[in-house]
Design a protein around this ligand. Sequence first.
Ligand code: PMP
Length: 428
Amino acid sequence: MTDDLLGRHRAVLPDWLALYYEEPIEITHGEGRHVWDAQGNRYLDFFGGILTTMTAHALPEVTKAVSEQAGRIIHSSTLYLNRPMVELAERIAQLSGIPNARVFFTTSGTEANDTALLLATAYRRSNTVLAMRNSYHGRSFSSVGITGNRGWSPTSLSPLQALYVHGGVRTRGPYAHLGDADFIAACVEDLVDLLGHTRAPAALIAEPIQGVGGFTSPPDGLYAAFREVLRERGILWIADEVQTGWGRTGEHFWGWQAHGRNGPPDIMTFAKGIGNGMSIGGVVARSEIMNCLDSNSISTFGGTQITMAAGLANLNYLLEHDLQGNARRVGGLLIERLRAAAAQVPAVREVRGRGLMIGIEITEPGTDTADPKAAAAVLEAAREGGLLIGKGGGHNTSSLRVAPPLSLNVAEAEEGAAILENALRSIQ
Ligand code: PMP
C-alpha cells in the first residue's frame, strides 16, 4: 500500500477492530462473485455473501434502485409515510411465517437484536435471557451482555441476566459423543435443569446455525424440542436469522425451519446481506409482542427509502432467480467436493454445512484440539490462490467459513473448491 493505509488505519482506529491477513487487503471494487484489491488482484469472494452481499457484487438491479432513490428523496424513515418501507415490510411479514407479523427496521443486526431483547424483556417483564454457548448477537451494551462467544463479548455491565444453554455446537462439549436424538434429549434436560433454578426468563435467543461461532450444525429439531419446554413456561423464542436467513441454507428460507415442528419463532431478527450492502436490519414479531412498548420508539435511519429500495430490488432478484434453489444445488456440489478434498487432509476434523453456509473445522491431526494457527495458514494460502474465505469458532478460531454470494455458479464453485483444496493440502 503506497500511502501506508495500514499504518494510518492502526494509528486512528481501535485495536479491537479485527483485520484479516498478515498483509491486510484493501478491496476497491467487485462484480458478481469477484472482488479486486488496490493492487489489481482479483479474488473469488467466498465470504462476502454472509457479510454484505446476499446476491452478487454490484448487482445492476440494486445499483439502479439505489441511485434512482438517491436522486429522488432520502428522508426520515418514519414520521411521514414511507412507501418502500411499507412494501418491504409487507414482503417480509408474508415470508416470515409468523402470524400477524409486524416488522420494524433498524440499521444493523446488533440493533435488531437489541430491539428483540427490548421487546421480549418488556413483554415478559423479566430481564433474564437464555442464550446459547458460543453464540454471537452483536456489539451493543445488551447484545454483548448475552453473547456466549467470549472472543466477541468484551466485558459489559449490561443489566441483562444471561444464562447459557448447551446445544449450539454439535462437535464439542459434554454431549458431543452422543447420537442426535440423545444429544437433543441431553440438551433439553440441561435446559430444564437450568430453568429449575431461575426466575422466569423472558426469552431464548439463538442462531439456528451459529455464524461467528463457526457455522456449527446443531441437529435438526433441537430448537423445536427446546420450544416445548419454553412454551409451557411462556418463554419466548427469538431466532437470530442474521446469517441463516434468505435461503442461504438451501433447504429452507429461514434457518429456524429446520426446527419448525412447533411453529415459527415468536420473534425473528435479520440483517447483513438483505440490502446487498445497504444497512438494513430488522425485527419481525407477532403483533401483540411488537406492540407491547408503552411509548414511541423510532430509528432515524432504520428503513430509509434508499435502504428499502435496495432491499426490495435485492429480494426480487433473489426470488425471481430462485437463489435458494441455487444455494441448495451449487452448495451441495461444493460441500461434496470439499468433503472429498478434506478426506486427504488429516487436519480437517469435519466439513459441515447446508447450502452456501459451509464450515471446515481444523484440528491437530487425529484429535479434537483446535488448531487456530493451521486455520490461519489455510486462510492465507487461499488468499494467495485468489480466494477469500472467513474464520470463526470461539476464541480458538479454528473453523473456516465459506459463504459466497447466493448467485455462485457451478464453474465458480469448482474453481473455489480447487483453490481451497490446495490451501488445505499446504498445511500438511
Ligand atoms: N447476529 C448474528 C448472528 C451475527 O452474525 C451478527 C454479525 N456478525 C450480528 C447479529 C450483528 O450484526 P451487525 O454486525 O450488523 O450489528
